[in-house]
Design a protein around this ligand. Sequence first.
Ligand code: TXA
Ligand code: MG
Length: 304
Amino acid sequence: MAIRRGELVGMPTETVYGLAANAFDAQAVLRVFAAKGRPRFDPLIVHCADLAMVRTVAVLSPRAERLASLWPGPLTLILPRLACIPDAVTSGLESVAVRIPDHPLALALIRAAGVPLAAPSANRFGRISPTTAAHVAEQLGDAVSVILDGGPCRIGVESTVLRPDPHPVVLRPGGVTREQLSVLLHESVALADREGRSDSLPQEAPGLLASHYAPGAPLSLRPAGSLWPADAALLAFTGTDLPQGSTAAILSPTGDLGEAAARLFAQLRRLDALAPVRIVAELVPEHGLGEAINDRLRRAAGLG
Ligand code: TXA
Ligand code: MG
């Protein structure tokens, strides 16, 4: 199969589509970086089918064991790595990012390959993450042997990246909320400040990757309390105060953050495809999944 031959596969997950390669094959992993145009210092997530497979690549602390009860699911743990994982995957770090995705096609692909799969989101570096197979084909169609079509992604934003030890810290807010993590762990879970966050990963190079999830048109955030501008395509949360006749996308008319997350990237792409002069987006309430949605909107606006 393609993975065994060192080729790349478009893989649906519950969060976003991934660009998957055999995590044990350094050459295949380097092809992932090349296809995305991704800098080699930004490490990849290793996707496993079950906990037994996770234990072949990483060491789980007691806190990590507890967090593993959320798998399969949109949670990535940063764990001490074992030697079988090539440096290309971890960018030379002593830790490895691991998760078990909650999608039948992803799990079937990993099981059929018989190896863990290193997979970043299947977009060109810095661009909007894909939530349908068509999005993958648009940006990376030439790089992949196969795209498995699992339909639109259920969660719609990437996994939460969490470093469990010595104290739990979220490096990237995502599909599992900090509230859920705190309840599970019976302790508070910190959110790394933006400089230290995972998408601007190397602490050695803060701010280097400020622009992320970026559409082609410049995107800015609507200042709280201001009116919607007339000359822009608008990305609204509930859309209650949109001006008549505006070019706009609404994330969730009922104000449901889960629905808003699931629609975020596809709606951003839809507005962008209209080739507007600019896009103006509003932030959503900063709790639950709102933390992940606002993180992506700020990054799309280049605010890192
Ligand atoms: O939902 C997701 O996580 C998707 C699907 C495909 O699983 N994947 C994804 O991968 O979003 P990617 O490569 O776009 O984001 C992985 C994040 C990056 O911000 C990277 O810096 C961080 O995980 N990361 C990977 N290894 C790390 C490590 N050892 N320490 C800290 N952060 C790490
Ligand atoms: Mg990504």
